[in-house]
Design a protein around this ligand. Structure first.
Ligand SMILES: *[C@@H]1O[C@H](CO)[C@@H](O)[C@H](O)[C@H]1NC(C)=O
Ligand SMILES: *[C@@H]1O[C@H](CO)[C@@H](O)[C@H](O)[C@H]1NC(C)=O
Ligand SMILES: *[C@@H]1O[C@H](CO)[C@@H](O)[C@H](O)[C@H]1NC(C)=O
Ligand SMILES: *[C@@H]1O[C@H](CO)[C@@H](O)[C@H](O)[C@H]1NC(C)=O
Ligand SMILES: *[C@@H]1O[C@H](CO)[C@@H](O)[C@H](O)[C@H]1NC(C)=O
Ligand SMILES: *[C@@H]1O[C@H](CO)[C@@H](O)[C@H](O)[C@H]1NC(C)=O
Ligand SMILES: *[C@@H]1O[C@H](CO)[C@@H](O)[C@H](O)[C@H]1NC(C)=O
Ligand SMILES: *[C@@H]1O[C@H](CO)[C@@H](O)[C@H](O)[C@H]1NC(C)=O
Ligand SMILES: *[C@@H]1O[C@H](CO)[C@@H](O)[C@H](O)[C@H]1NC(C)=O
Length: 446
């Protein structure tokens, strides 16, 4: 029986794994740690004009941990008729297009497919509206709900002037700023209600439509941007990030060049080029960000982990960074030192995922590579006697995201062992088969 049991279980697991792989690819936009995450764009018509309407457009980032960092979002669409934008507040189109047919003051934009970006902080007050002018930066829902919304106002001409003649724009595209988001068609929904500030009167939009955009890491087609290294008090081995996790040294076609951390005149090398491409320190993994998980101490009732996030990118400061960790003991976090913490329960009952981010004005800013380019914290877990073990790499995280990107983990068979732990050939064999399957699935997709 035993002889048959293992292959059967293995093939079953492989089958399930294969299934989940195909699901992952075919559903396009699906993040297992934030299955309901999306960015919703709502258009509220707040008044009719002689030849069209004025709409307030609101973008809500309902993603738990994926934010939009500088240089910010851009939103595009295609008009259904021959609409033009007479004017805008709190945002602007990137191009005006051909307005030569118009006499008098030309419209703000005559393009069939306008692209709108946010205005910058410090915009004159008469061009602002609420929630605008943040340079397109949009916080995540869990980290900073107050700043997870962005708005602008458009005055549209040559459009319909009743809710029967207005045609909703088509083909919405959201860039953040690169690819990754897919947007649904606009859907006419029940008009939004606006409660006045004194809460004594409720007004309502004349017409409302919603667009939902979801993110897919496959669509973003990014090379990995972070990796994980591991160590423990019970084993001297430091398990580094996998070699070439984000690119290989000396291969500039993949991630750009790297610079040696010990280069004399490093500062001038780094600042000499005005470029936004990442410039990373030369490492075996070539990742801009590394997360190190060190199992530090073992108490009778508790155990303690030290987490260090290191920035290897000389051209990037990460403001409002966040990380997501999946570990079975996250249901019993007793204390977190110097990071904020929020448990995410994507599947209701399973409480094994948490989001961590820095304290405002203390360590929410991860400096560019260099002596200050790291932030750290310690986590104290309470042991659950029925599950706790240092064996088989249990104390290490299952999955880590940095700023919404999945970080490359070392292979499970490389995890630091407890002294005297047996040779786990089976596990490593399984891991090997699985990782080659993942690679296959990934390349098949690309
Ligand atoms: C978008 O996200 C919100 C909040 O998580 C959720 O309530 C809503 O159902 C989502 N919309 C879609 C179309 O998935
Ligand atoms: C248009 O407005 C009328 C009332 O003025 C309302 O009955 C109707 O449902 C609206 N239609 C749409 C598509 O919003
Ligand atoms: C939708 O927009 C994309 C990008 O702007 C464009 O390539 C595509 O042709 C558009 N599709 C339609 C049907 O307009
Ligand atoms: C439309 O989007 C808003 C958020 O911007 C949300 O509150 C509302 O429930 C959405 N309506 C529908 C019908 O999805
Ligand atoms: C760089 O990477 C590409 C694709 O991964 C590979 O074909 C090429 O041989 C590599 N070049 C060097 C110098 O390693
Ligand atoms: C990062 O921040 C530091 C200190 O605020 C600043 O000196 C540096 O120029 C910034 N680097 C980049 C790439 O923005
Ligand atoms: C998950 O566990 C943490 C740590 O014990 C707790 O603070 C949080 O409330 C739990 N979340 C849920 C949804 O049970
Ligand atoms: C946390 O640990 C205590 C002690 O082991 C246990 O009784 C409790 O059920 C755990 N809490 C959760 C949410 O698992
Ligand atoms: C520490 O873990 C490594 C695997 O990463 C293993 O090769 C080594 O034998 C372990 N050391 C001891 C003392 O068990």
């Amino acid at each position: 029986m035993g002889i048959f049991f293992i292959p059967k279980a293995t093939s079953c697991i492989l089958f399930l794994f294969l299934m989940s792989c195909t699901c992952f690819i075919s559903t396009d936009a699906y993040d297992p740690l934030d299955p309901n995450g999306n960015i919703t764009i709502k258009w509220d018509i707040i008044s009719w004009t002689p030849d069209g309407y004025v709409a307030a457009v609101t973008m809500n980032n309902f993603q738990q941990y994926r934010h939009i960092a500088s240089p910010g979002w851009s939103l595009g669409w295609t008009w259904a008729k021959k609409e033009v934008i007479w004017s805008m507040m709190g945002g602007q189109t990137t191009e005006q297009g051909d307005c030569s047919k118009f006499k008098g003051t030309p419209p703000h934009c005559c393009k069939k497919d306008p692209t709108v970006v946010d205005l910058l902080p410090g915009t004159p007050y008469n061009m602002q509206i609420a929630n605008c002018c943040k340079g397109g930066v949009l916080s995540s829902w869990a980290q900073d709900p107050a700043n997870s919304v962005s708005s602008f106002q458009v005055s549209v001409g040559r459009a319909g002037t009743t809710n029967k003649t207005v045609k909703v724009p088509k083909n919405f595209t959201l860039k953040a700023p690169g690819p990754g988001y897919t947007c649904s068609p606009a859907k006419i929904v029940t008009p939004t209600l606006f409660i006045q500030a004194d809460k004594r009167r409720v007004t309502q939009a004349l017409m409302t439509w919603n667009v939902t955009c979801t993110y897919s890491q496959f669509l973003a087609q990014k090379t990995p941007s972070c990796c994980v290294s591991l160590s423990s008090f019970y084993n001297d081995t430091i398990v580094p990030c996998p070699t070439c996790a984000c690119g290989c040294q000396g291969n500039s076609s993949q991630t750009g060049t790297c610079v040696n951390g010990n280069t004399p005149h490093l500062a001038s090398v780094v600042s000499g080029q005005h470029n936004v491409a990442p410039l990373v320190q030369c490492t075996s993994h070539m990742c801009p960000v590394r997360i190190h998980w060190h199992v530090k101490l073992n108490y009778k009732e508790y155990w303690r982990v030290k987490v260090t996030i290191t920035n290897f990118n000389y051209r990037m400061n990460y403001s409002n960074w966040n990380m997501v960790v999946q570990h079975p003991n996250l249901d019993n976090v007793t204390q977190l030192f110097s990071f904020n913490y929020k448990s995410l329960t994507p599947y209701g009952t399973i409480n094994d995922t948490a989001m961590l981010w820095g304290f405002k004005f203390y360590n929410d800013f991860l400096n560019q590579a260099g002596p200050d380019g790291n932030v750290q914290s310690e986590i104290l877990f309470r042991k659950d006697k029925s599950t706790f073990t240092f064996d088989k790499g249990w104390a290490f995280p299952r999955r880590i995201y940095f700023n919404g990107d999945n970080c490359v983990m070392p292979p499970p068979d490389a995890y630091p062992w407890l002294p005297n732990a047996g040779f786990r050939q089976e596990a490593s064999l399984l891991a090997l088969v699985m990782s080659s399957l993942v690679a296959l699935a990934f390349y098949a997709y690309v």
